[in-house]
Design a protein around this ligand. Structure first.
Ligand code: ADP
Ligand code: MG
Length: 274
């Protein structure tokens, strides 16, 4: 069987602002499937995790932008991501008329996790801090994803995985997606976020960088152009390209037209290549 062009979309929680918008985004993604592309969706859901933890009165401590996660909090993270966010994406895609399958990295051992060892700078010294159930990708196995794609399903995967002992971890959605995009040798790894692309000056939309080479990322980090939520996105592009994806790009997931426009030769967002 000839392998169809594969697109992996990373759908960020901050771009899932309302139900009609989510439907429009997923409609445009399904439209690409109609055109003959194979489609995989990977998603996070930071705002939904926050909401769920607040509902059960669990306070979150953030260390260098990462949520310290107790085993108890981890259960609610899974409820929010796999239950609420993933379940809702599946319902919408099915209603559009496609067949979606909701997964986390645990299913079919798509992703095996390892505990993240985080170093923090304190009074000029580096110290190890325990972030609890915050993990990194240890390995990827795309067998299940390929099986689903061959049978015309749309895999929708959220960024949770277990380690080899069965402990669950929350993994940054961007890094999780980048590893899978690489392992699938995706033709395009497309990050849908809440800004138009990578800006040279984060607060000036006119400063968007249309094209970028992986080798330029380090410099952009040093000059503090890449900050906060954009750091793991750029790291994930580097991982995806290094491991086999052909092209990475960042577009605005709150402007659904940008998705279909990509394949009508219209330029939008930031393109990253090796
Ligand atoms: P998501 O839910 O899609 O992961 P994040 O909030 O984690 O969204 O990441 C996107 C955010 O990254 C933007 O809203 C913006 O505030 C921030 N950001 C940091 N540096 C930049 C930059 N150079 N260009 C654009 N956005 C940036
Ligand atoms: Mg993010």
């Amino acid at each position: 069987m000839t392998k169809k062009h594969l697109l992996l979309f990373k759908y960020g929680g901050n771009a899932m602002t309302n139900q009609p918008l989510k439907k429009q985004v997923l409609k445009n993604i399904c439209g690409l499937k109609e055109k003959g592309y194979q489609v995989v969706i990977v998603h996070g859901g930071g705002p939904f995790i926050q909401q769920t933890l607040e509902e059960v009165h669990i306070d979150s401590e953030f260390i260098d932008g990462q949520r310290k996660t107790t085993p108890e909090a981890m259960e609610y993270v899974e409820m929010a991501l796999k239950g609420k966010v993933n379940g809702s994406l599946i319902s919408i895609i099915n209603a559009i008329g496609n067949k979606a399958v909701g997964l986390s990295g645990k299913d079919g051992q798509i992703v095996t996790a390892k505990k993240r060892l985080h170093q923090q700078m304190k009074n000029g010294k580096t110290e190890m801090v325990d972030l609890g159930q915050v993990g990194d990708v240890a390995s990827v196995d795309v067998t299940l994803i390929e099986l689903l794609l061959e049978n015309d399903f749309i895999p929708v995967i959220t960024c949770i995985a277990s380690d080899k002992h069965g402990n669950d971890y929350n993994i940054n959605g961007d890094l999780f997606a980048g590893h899978i995009a690489g392992a699938l040798s995706a033709e395009q790894y497309i990050i849908l976020t809440d800004v138009d692309g990578l800006m040279l000056d984060k607060d000036n939309p006119a400063s968007m960088i249309p094209k970028l080479k992986v080798a330029e990322i380090n410099h952009l980090k040093e000059i503090k152009c890449i900050q906060g939520g954009m750091i793991p996105k750029m790291d994930s592009c580097e991982i995806a390209l290094e491991k086999g994806a052909k092209l990475a790009r960042i577009i605005n997931g709150t402007v659904p037209e940008q998705i279909s426009a990509l394949f009508e030769n219209q330029q939008s967002g930031t393109i990253i290549t090796a």
